[in-house]
Design a protein around this ligand. Sequence first.
Ligand code: SF4
Length: 183
Amino acid sequence: MHTQNLVFADVQQKDLYPLWQALAGIGLATPNIGLLTDVICCPGLDFCSLSNASSIAVAEEIFERFENLDDQHDIGEMKLNMSGCMNGCGHHSVGHIGILGVDKKGEEWYQITLGGSSSNDASLGDRTGPSVSRADIANAVQNLIETYLDVRMSEDESFLACYRRVGMPPFKTRLYAKVEAEA
Ligand code: SF4
């Protein structure tokens, strides 16, 4: 699937539980579909010669920060998409949060976009501003999530709906203020 999940399309009912047990044993039964750690991520610098920057390592850093499933459910529906270069194999421009790896004088930097969607209400994400460094990208995602949790109207307002209501300013202000403070 383009969302990088795996569908077993023809499993007999009697085999469902053993299959789930087997998958759980190898770490493939995490119930995080549609949540923050259900990232779409291209191979990036580790496996693609066209890449400007790592993407798998960044995704792993984000997984570690948000591995608590209760926290992920509190954050709610989220599409985090990451590409290692402008070819956009990770569909970053339609992520609620999109991350694009860019090369600056041989160093890994990341451009962030907000508000993208590939659903019926399709939209391209808006750039937040200057790219952030490899050291700051996980902090940047955390800052964006914290901003959303602070400004959402209620738990029922998704990140995308919240962004469309309040726009870029609160996200941008906090993102760059905190990235600079943490640098
Ligand atoms: S987006 Fe770029 S780095 Fe990622 S897989 Fe595609 S070509 Fe490679």
